[in-house]
Design a protein around this ligand. Structure first.
Ligand SMILES: [Zn+2]
Ligand SMILES: [Zn+2]
Length: 344
């Protein structure tokens, strides 16, 4: 089968691999229907993910149909339509039992797919711990509607959950890339008074303005005065940093009101500095990144209800055989690309 493979820094290529088999009784093999390209794939390509293993198939966000299950898999059968979770997790360790599935202590726990074991930008994938890592897509929900459930929607949902948003709050989301938009949509579910989205790229600002009129879109130089004016509390009540640069890290705590929660969702390519003397007395709570993808069933339910819709994010589709071209478009944000679906 065809698989898009990480061969070394800067080197992703289509390769031919054998179709995966069940290796453990808790595995399932899934035939991929649609996969997407994520910024984390670009982090691997750029050499910023040291634990990524050379030779693995990349990709960790996909939907498909169960092809085969191991003998210990209880909740799934051949033919089920499923969303694949970015995280595989055992379900039994201390962290799994507390919902911190990103920190599952099993050797296949956490972000393994498309990083430490073969991922989803291929015709088939083997998913360990299938009962926890795969979520059945409800009838009436399409593959395209469910495509982002296991990764960027899981991330946005988790971020909004830990962001402690209350009714009447002013929320600031920094970065209107795909994950920023998912975070914004999940923050809206908490019914704050205002959601302000800060984005430096004009085409992304225009995309959000056009598709999500319920939020306020600003450029970086307008963010602080906007959240101060809207909240009347000296800044945003909750800030989500989803851009991942030195400037946006600083903006996140500068735009927060005293005693706010700052959720760091982005993955940085270098260390950031917390200038504690400048922040003294602001009494902020920082929560740091790494999605706990344990609410996929609930996210699918919200999609079925019509409370969450991310289909506008799929601006481009390419066949797997054109993966190289798809990456080129995504990486360089060509032609207004927000999110790219690979089709099979
Ligand atoms: Zn991802
Ligand atoms: Zn575990």
């Amino acid at each position: 089968m065809l698989a898009y493979t990480y061969l070394g820094k800067g080197d992703f290529r289509l390769t031919e691999k054998p179709k995966p088999k069940i290796e453990n009784e808790r595995d399932a093999v899934v035939k991929i229907a649609m996969a997407s390209i994520c910024t984390s794939d670009l982090h691997i390509k750029g050499g910023f993910v040291p634990r990524a293993v050379k030779g693995i198939t990349v990709g960790h966000e996909a939907v498909g149909v169960v092809e085969e299950v191991g003998t210990a898999v209880k909740n799934l059968k051949k033919g089920d339509r499923v969303a694949i979770n970015v995280e595989t997790f055992c379900g039994h360790c201390f962290f799994c039992e507390h919902g911190f599935v990103n920190n599952c202590t099993d050797q296949n726990g956490g972000w393994a797919l498309g990083c430490r074991i073969d991922g989803v930008q291929a015709e088939y994938v083997r998913v360990p711990f299938a009962d926890t890592g795969l979520s059945k897509i409800p009838d009436g929900v399409t593959f395209e509607q469910a495509l982002f459930v296991g990764d960027i929607l899981a991330t946005g949902y988790w971020a909004a959950k830990i962001g402690e948003i209350s009714a009447g709050d002013t929320v600031l989301v920094i970065g209107a890339g795909p994950t920023g938009i998912c975070t914004m949509l999940c923050a809206l579910l908490k019914k704050p008074a205002h959601v302000v989205v800060c984005e430096k790229d004009a085409y992304r600002r225009a995309f959000v303005e056009e598709n999500y009129p319920q939020v306020i879109v600003v450029s970086p130089d307008e963010a602080q005065k906007t959240v101060r004016a809207l909240s009347g509390r000296g800044g945003a009540d909750a800030v989500f940093e989803v851009a991942g640069t030195k400037e946006t890290f600083r903006m996140a705590w500068e735009c927060a009101r005293p005693n706010a929660t700052v959720v760091i969702v982005a993955m940085y390519e270098e260390p950031q500095i917390l200038p504690l003397p400048d922040m003294y007395g602001k009494n902020l709570t920082f929560k740091t990144g790494g999605v706990d993808g344990c609410d996929c069933g609930e996210i699918l339910r919200l999609i079925k209800e019509g409370a969450l819709d991310t289909t506008a994010l799929v601006t481009h589709k390419f066949a797997l055989k054109d993966a190289e071209k798809a990456y080129h478009v995504f990486e360089n944000k060509l032609d207004g690309a927000i999110k790219i679906a690979l089709t099979f």
